[in-house]
Write a protein that binds this ligand. Structure first.
Ligand SMILES: *Cc1c(COP(=O)(O)O)cnc(C)c1O
Length: 390
């Protein structure tokens, strides 16, 4: 009786397994090709590169490892600086520290919540100095090596102005596209816009391998470095000769097998994600104090995480009390990430006019948006939110 009365739990975002995952993984087990070399790794790299539209892809054991390798392959040096948005999951900032460089935190725009190209340009033109073919941060006296835009929540960053300023000052552009596989910026796919880009196949990403990542790019030199450094910098496989310090970052074949099965469904997943966003937009569109996520004219978002902003004074409660009240009804929601420039490892790093990020952090709440979310469950989320309002 008691259990009958408990509402079913609606999780925030869980994987969708409905394709040939079992078949391909079983094939790995049957053939003993379970580890970091194997036909599925090669195939996953080829097929992901084809899907994204990049020349090459190198599989890694996580998206964070992909970021680390991308920064190394792009040649980012210790003591250099990399521009990173303050509103992001922590991984890109950590990866910058892994190579001994330092993040400089930039703000996001109030409309799409992505790295703000105007503030990036303003910072570079106003707070940096171009001397001897290098861009110096006047405040820290360090050289700026790259811009690392993060396409958050499935929506692309406005990349053209960022690439323009990066070209002018010879900065690398490393895309963190881990949340936005399949998203489009103008007529191009996210992950093909900068010098090198990263994807993640963690459990809650657009497609999953349990854990995994990919570095993608167009330059052969970058591919060689990414492959070499992620396979222990092995120079001679028989004599165990290593001329550099490498990393054991390769993706196991058994996980790549799952990735191929997931990739076969990606267009259906994206359609489902966009459908969920549509349905929330219609169901919550006229709720006072709720701001819906916007999609830019130049963007096709994959709506990886459907996120709304709650204006406490108009809605009647804060994003955090809405989180608690929905949790009591069995509905899992989640705020966005604590602003990176305010966290202990990063509070002493340079940040430039981070003004919009804290407000979005305070107001944001992500709603259940699994690919497999049923209409019935989604309607329950919508009606619980509307009930709380009244
Ligand atoms: C998920 C994520 C990553 C890292 O991916 P893992 O595969 O979990 O290591 C990096 N950056 C952002 C913005 C992410 O959301």
């Amino acid at each position: 009786m008691d259990t009958d009365m408990k509402p079913t739990q609606i999780p925030l975002c869980v994987p969708e397994i409905r394709g040939r995952e079992w078949e391909f993984i079983k094939d790995c087990l049957d053939t003993n090709w379970v580890s970091s070399v194997g036909p599925y790794v090669d195939r996953f790299e080829i097929e992901l590169a084809r899907f994204v539209g990049s020349r090459w892809a190198v599989a890694t054991c996580s998206g964070t490892a992909a970021l680390h390798i991308a920064l190394l392959a792009a040649g980012i040096q210790p003591e250099e600086e990399v521009l990173v948005p303050a509103l992001s999951f922590v991984a890109p900032a950590n990866a910058v520290r892994y190579v001994g460089a330092f993040p400089v935190f930039m703000d996001v725009d109030p409309e799409f919540w992505q790295l703000d190209p105007d503030k990036v340009a303003e910072f570079i033109e106003g707070s940096c100095r171009w001397v001897d073919g290098k861009l110096w941060d006047k405040h820290t006296r360090r050289v700026i090596g790259a811009i690392l835009p993060v396409h958050i929540l499935g929506h692309p960053v406005d990349m053209d102005p960022i690439i323009e300023v990066a070209n002018k000052y010879e900065l690398k552009v490393i895309e963190d596209a881990t949340e936005s596989l399949g998203a489009r910026y103008r007529d191009r796919t996210v992950g093909t816009l900068g010098d090198i880009a990263c994807f993640s196949f963690n459990g809650n990403k657009i497609i999953t391998t349990g854990g995994g990542g990919m570095v993608v790019g167009n330059r052969e030199r970058h591919r060689e470095r990414a492959h070499y450094l992620s396979t222990q910098a092995k120079d001679d496989p028989i004599e165990f000769l290593h001329k550099e310090i490498g990393f054991n970052y390769r993706l196991p074949n058994i996980l790549a097998a799952m990735g191929i099965a997931q990739l076969e469904s990606i267009n259906d997943y994206i359609t489902a994600k966009r459908g969920i966003a549509d349905r929330y937009n219609r169901g919550l569109g006229n709720v006072p104090g709720v701001k819906l996520p916007s999609e830019a004219k130049w963007a096709r978002s994959v709506f990886w995480m459907y996120t709304i902003l709650i204006d406490e004074s108009r809605f009647g409660c804060s994003s955090r009390s809405l989180l608690e009240r929905l949790a009591q009804k069995g509905i899992q929601t989640r705020p966005l990430w604590h602003p990176l420039n305010q966290m202990p490892p990063y509070e002493h790093c340079h940040s430039y006019r981070v003004e919009v990020t804290p407000e979005i952090y305070r107001k944001a709440l992500s709603l259940p948006c699994s690919v497999g979310l049923t209409h019935e469950n989604q309607d329950r989320v919508i009606s619980e939110i509307r009930t709380l309002l009244s």
